[in-house]
Ligand binder design. Structure first.
Ligand code: SF4
Length: 391
């Protein structure tokens, strides 16, 4: 195991903080996620070879013994049953001689600063900056994964940062960010790490934001609700077949997660990535929007996101803008007040409009907020209340 923060290995804590900030800026400038490859590229000269695959197994409470003397993980609906030496589907949880461990603690593969609009949150402190953190691993296997080189690999396969929860808070404070965002890869699989950071972050006056696929069991979700201020849940489709064949999971647990977060009072936004031929059936989109209105009310922000060909779906075209427009019209007809279009820069669907008077309240260009007319949580024109966590 490498020595932590040892200047001899060229990776002191000071070096980390400086490098992480530079990486965040570099990644933002090029609009890239800060993948391990980007980290490597930015560390020429004193590359921390010893941090490749660093992990210290941390005992996890989210395991129970089975009748066959194995361990079953109770964190997500996959419910992996593990023999001694086995790892779960997510590649970061392991049975070691009858004790359950997480291998995703204090070793993020990505640490960078982002605009909050990138997380994506459009109704939480617009134009503020957040610190994004994620480890490797995922409990789903989406064929369209945008971060497959982090999410679908093992901890041994990537270079990582040495970032205990306290150091994450120090970094967030020194960077003057508003929040910590657990995002890019799936935060459920680094639950213990996220949970410990979130406790410290709350005490430090920072917000905790998650962007998740919502594939988690009810009990860990219940505990998480007490720590998280806002969640953006990927509702990847309203079709169980799509979840089976393209995502590798079940729809029902995701719907339950959304309902639980809403009932717990966590600020909630929903993202739906529309992929040509796979989940662009407008009847299903209408069904999904009606469900959102019935379960969450008309004020939950919904982001329709544009698909770009990549990973196992590189043969598909990107989503036509007309498809996104059609979905947006259907969502508004169903009664949703805040329906956005993501990844089409300059589209009118990037803006927030007041549902009462129709004025433009927040004007965006990509991740940049050009104008904000929300005042004390109300429309600056007609004073109608606008849901969200505002400054
Ligand atoms: S979190 Fe990982 S190990 Fe646990 S049930 Fe889900 S996929 Fe399996």
């Amino acid at each position: 195991m490498p020595e932590k923060n040892n200047p001899k290995n060229g990776f002191s804590r000071r070096h980390f903080l400086k490098t992480a900030t530079l990486i965040g800026c570099s990644a933002l400038a090029s609009n890239l996620s800060c993948s391990p490859k980007v980290i490597e590229k930015n560390m020429t000269g004193d590359h921390p070879e010893s941090l490749k695959g660093r992990f210290e197994p941390m005992p996890s409470p989210w395991f129970k013994e089975t009748a066959r003397d194995n361990l079953q993980c109770t964190l997500c609906p996959k419910a992996c049953e593990l023999e001694d030496g086995d790892r779960g589907v997510c590649k970061v949880r392991e049975n070691k001689k009858g004790e359950g461990f997480t291998l995703a603690y204090g070793n993020p593969a990505l640490v960078q600063e982002d605009p909050i609009e990138r997380k994506p949150f459009y109704h939480v402190h617009p134009a503020s900056r957040v610190l994004s953190i994620c480890t490797v691993g995922c409990n789903l296997q989406c064929k369209f994964c945008e971060v497959w080189d982090i999410a679908l690999v093992s901890p041994e396969d990537v270079h990582v940062f040495d970032l205990p929860p306290e150091a994450a808070i120090d970094h967030a404070r020194s960077s003057h960010v508003k929040a910590i965002s657990y995002a890019f890869a799936e935060p459920v699989v680094f639950y213990e790490y996220m949970s410990d950071i979130a406790t410290l972050a709350k005490n430090a006056g920072l917000l905790n934001l998650i962007h998740t696929a919502g594939y988690i069991q009810p009990e860990p979700l219940r505990l998480l609700c007490g720590k998280v201020d806002a969640a953006n849940v990927d509702l990847k489709s309203f079709d169980q077949d799509f979840y089976n064949t393209v995502v590798g999971g079940e729809l029902e647990p995701v719907l339950n997660t959304i309902k639980t977060l809403h009932r717990a009072g966590v600020h909630l936004e929903i993202t739906n990535l529309i992929i040509p031929t796979l989940n662009d059936d407008m009847d299903k989109i209408r069904e999904m929007c009606t469900w959102l209105v019935d379960e969450l009310g008309p004020d939950v922000p919904l982001h329709f996101s544009r698909f770009y060909p990549l990973y196992q779906l590189s043969a598909l075209p990107r989503t036509p803008v007309s498809t996104l427009d059609q979905a947006r019209s259907i969502a508004m007809e169903a009664g949703l007040n805040y329906v956005y279009i993501a990844k089409v820069i300059g589209h009118e669907g990037e803006n927030t409009l007041c549902p009462a008077c129709g004025e433009t309240l927040i004007k965006r260009l990509g991740f940049v907020v050009e104008d904000n007319r929300i005042e004390d949580g109300r429309c600056g024109f007609c004073q109608a209340p606008i849901p969200g966590l505002w400054a």
